[in-house]
Structure formats: C-alpha cells, structure tokens
Design a protein around this ligand. Structure first.
Ligand SMILES: [Zn+2]
Length: 267
C-alpha cells in the first residue's frame, strides 16, 4: 500500500491511495484550499493524515455515506477539530452506522458512526468562490455533487466513474441515476473530479457519453426482453457471463443488476 498519485489541477489538490492502483480499488481525497471533499477509506488513514496536516482545514464535505468516502470522518474530526458536513440522508445513516459487506470491508475498511453537521446549499471556498451542493441520487440515495460555476468543475462523487459501466450494486437505481446525470449535465462545467477515475478534463463530454451509453444499453436490453429473453440471457448477450467480481460479491455487484435496472428505465 502506498500513495499512487499526487494530484494538482489548478487550485485542486489530491492524493490517490488504496489497496490496489486501479479505478475500482483506489480512492482520491480532494482538497481545495482549506476545504476537503470526502474522507477516503479508513484503511488508508496513514496516508491521508499527513496530507490533511499540510494545511489548516476549515471545512470537510461528505458526498455520501459509502465507506470509501466516509471512512475517515471520525479520524478527520479528531485530527482537525472540524465536524464534516453532509446532506440530511447521509447524516441519518452515519449517525446510526451501517453494515458493510465483507469484501468491501476488506477493500476499504470500516466507517465508524458519527454525528455530522448540516450541509448548506452553497458552500464558500477559501478564494471567495462557492460550491453548489446538487442532490444526485441513484448510485446512493443520499449522494450529492459539488459544483463550482466560477471554476467550471464539479466533484461528482460516484456519479461518473466510467464512460461505460458493466456492473451495478444491488441498491442502485438506474432510473434515478439517469435523472441525476441529466440534472448535472444541465450545469456548465468543463472538468469533472471523480474520486475513482481522477481529473477528467473534458468532463461534461465524458458524462454525456456515459448517459448515451446507458441509454443505448437500456434500449438493447429492452429489445431483447420484448423478444422474450430472461435477465440472465440478456446479461450474457450484452455484457457476457458473470465473472469474478460478481461471484466475489455474491452478486451484490453484478452485471445482472445492471440489466435488471435497465429494463425499468422509461425511454
Ligand atoms: Zn459510492
């Protein structure tokens, strides 16, 4: 384990760390001046701690409760004296605590319960510009993105990750996700800051491509469904047979989840 990447994009800094250096198993914690966006997985604390110590931190924003984003909320609060802010849905989940499947616990560690501070709709940054908190459910019900119209970037949480997706969690809602992608695409931005993919320079175009690819997938899946094919058959025809990732997670992260959801989308 190590720091895989140091990120410097204009005033945005970040470090990528994780168990393995690829998109799905690593995480980037971003910082803009004295504002930190997400807290990174708890099993990476030894790398996050020195990064946070480099500057005085005034505010910490959480995009959603998932353990790779929230894992160090308690650690950060203890280190900086700052209580992370989050949307109401995230606050409720984090206050109660939530269970994490074994494989995710191995990958990211745990996420201790914490009482978070309320998140305003507009967050002021160190340079006087602001971030707009945009509710963007679908991947997780409680997720928000943070958009800067002044700087033309957006912290997308797990809205983007990739132009094409082949798997879905069993608690994701594709119909709602598509609606959130459209909502974000209505904003004017150039750069997308994804905690897994990294800095995506033509970010709006990339997110638009993701939307197009998802709609195309839905159309194909629904066409095969009308021909009488089962979810299993459609999955095999469009995405291929389930593989290691699906079996490892007991199908909670699988191709069939994506196909099942794609049949529910109204085109
Ligand atoms: Zn997530």
């Amino acid at each position: 384990m190590t720091i895989f990447q140091r990120i410097n994009h204009e005033a945005v800094e970040g470090i990528r760390c994780g168990r393995k250096n690829n998109v799905n198993t690593s995480f980037i914690v971003y910082r803009f001046g004295d504002t930190v966006i997400d807290t990174a997985p708890s099993n990476q604390w030894r790398y996050i701690k020195p990064f946070i110590r480099e500057k005085t931190i005034r505010q910490i924003l959480l995009t959603h409760h998932h353990e790779d984003h929230s894992g160090n909320a308690v650690n950060l609060q203890q280190l900086t004296g700052v209580t992370p802010m989050a949307a109401e849905g995230t606050r409720t989940i984090m206050e109660q605590g939530f269970s994490i499947p074994l494989i995710q616990k191995y990958l990211w560690g745990k996420s201790p319960a914490i009482r978070l501070a309320p998140l305003p709709d507009t967050i002021e940054l160190e340079d006087g510009s602001t971030l707009e908190a945009i509710a963007a459910p679908g991947h997780a019900e409680d997720m928000v993105c943070f958009y800067s119209s002044e700087h033309g970037f957006i912290f997308t949480a797990d809205l983007y990750i990739s132009r094409t997706i082949r798997y879905m969690r069993d608690d994701e809602n594709l119909t709602v996700l598509i609606k959130s992608i459209r909502k974000v695409l209505a904003r004017d931005f150039e750069t997308l800051l994804c905690p897994h993919r990294g800095v995506v320079l033509q970010g709006k175009q990339a997110l638009q491509e993701k939307l197009n690819n998802l709609l195309e997938l839905c159309e194909k899946a629904q066409h095969l469904h009308h021909q009488g094919q089962s979810v299993k058959q459609i999955t095999r025809n469009i995405l291929g047979t389930e593989d290691g990732m699906s079996y490892l997670t007991g199908f909670s992260f699988s191709k069939r989840n994506l196909i099942r959801e794609s049949l529910k989308v109204t085109l």
